[in-house]
Structure formats: C-alpha cells, structure tokens
Design a protein around this ligand. Structure first.
Ligand code: ITT
Length: 202
C-alpha cells in the first residue's frame, strides 16, 4: 500500500469483538479505522438479505449513506452441518445474549447422535464501499461444536467452536492466535490483497 496516502474507513459494526479483531488484523497497514461511536448514534441497518454477502453489502451501504464515509461492514455467522447450516445468517438473532445463544445451540444439538453432525464453519463476508469501487470478500474456517463451552476469550460462539489444528476452541486463543486462522482473518487477508492494488480511487 502507498504509505503517503492514508486510507480512512468507517468500521460499520456495533460488535466490539469484531472491532477488536479487525483493528488487530489491520494494524500493520496505514489505515485510519473510525468506529460508529465516534460519529454519533445511528439507526441499525436492516439485515434483510438471504446471504452473508448481501447483508454485509446492506450494512455498508446503510452507514456509508448516513455518514458519507467509505464504510467497511461485515456479516458473519456459524453454520452447523447437523442443523442444515443454521444458525447461519441468523447467528446474532438466534437468542438475545452470547450465553443464551450458546445454550440454545447446544440444546438443539443434543439430539444429534453422530460426531459428523457436529462439524461446522464460521463464515465472514466483508463489504467495503469506497467512492468509486465496492470490494466484497468472503472467508471461512472449518471446526467442530464442543459439548460444553471452553475458554473465556473472544466473543459469540467462540467457546464452543473447536479448531482441531490448534486443539483449542476459539475462546482459548488470544486475539492474535485467532487472527491467524479465523474466517474474519481469511476475509481480511483477501481485502488487503485488493487494497494493495488500489491507487486512484481513495
Ligand atoms: P454488526 O451487525 O453490528 O456488525 P452483529 O453482532 O449483529 O454486529 P452479525 O449480524 O454479523 O453481527 O452477526 C454475527 C454473529 O455471529 C455474532 O453476533 C456472533 O454471535 C456470531 N459470530 C460471528 N463471528 C464470530 C466469531 O468470530 N466468533 C464467535 N461468534 C461469531
């Protein structure tokens, strides 16, 4: 990236876990990331899409329209094989708190008898709306849902998402460790690849 021209984006999310991870993953780059809190309070975007990518695009468009700033939004979630891909795009709306979301997920999975039904993946779709270009990328990571929560790092479903190569759940990893392997990190890596090719349109 050209160090003489700093990029400036609005990080269009209300999820502090995402803010922490995205900041950490992009810290080596010359990018000023501004949060929604720095710009006042806004009505939430309506997530009416049927895919992660559609919802990421809707969120980026919503906050870019409200602030006039280039906006980066992310839509993500957990897709469990034995539940036909649920909670998927409904991951945040599955229950009101992280604790309740995990409890509901484990309860739903109680009846799954085969280990193969506990396989899952996290998906992250990122949309960045720049003045003259829209960049859309998706990242995924495979894992398995544990029978009980483990670890207290991260956020969301991290305590039940077991990542076999490191023999730990995402909640047993530091933000740096999670950022080496996560769905969000995979999407951000692709985004950075796209940004490195950018010059004129910022
Ligand atoms: P914004 O829409 O404001 O960005 P949100 O939390 O509502 O925040 P999403 O609609 O994208 O975000 O919902 C994603 C949900 O999926 C999130 O609330 C978690 O429950 C879950 N999730 C996504 N990424 C995760 C991760 O890295 N670790 C654990 N859970 C994750």
């Amino acid at each position: 990236m050209n160090p003489t021209r700093r990029l400036r984006f609005l990080l269009a999310t209300h999820n502090n876990g995402k803010v922490r991870e995205i900041r950490s993953a992009l810290s080596q780059f010359e990018i000023d990331l501004e949060t929604l809190d720095q710009h006042g309070s806004f009505p939430e975007a309506e997530e009416t899409g049927s895919t992660f990518s559609e919802n990421a695009h809707l969120k980026a468009l919503h906050y870019q329209g409200l602030t006039g700033l280039p906006a980066l939004a992310e839509d993500s979630g957990l897709a469990v094989d034995g539940l036909g891909g649920e909670p998927g795009i409904h991951s945040a709306r599955f229950a009101p708190t992280d604790e309740k979301r995990i409890a509901k997920l484990l309860e739903r999975m109680d009846s799954l008898s085969h280990e193969t039904e506990r396989t899952a993946r996290f998906v992250s779709a990122i949309c960045l709306i720049l003045p003259s270009r829209v960049i859309e990328v998706v990242g995924e990571v495979p894992g398995r849902i544990t029978r009980a929560p483990r670890g207290d790092q991260g956020f969301g479903y991290d305590p039940v998402f077991y990542y076999a190569p490191l023999e730990r759940t995402f909640a047993q990893m530091t933000v740096e460790e999670k950022n080496r392997v996560s769905h969000r990190a995979a999407a951000l890596k692709k985004l950075v690849g796209e940004l490195e090719g950018l010059t004129a349109d910022r």
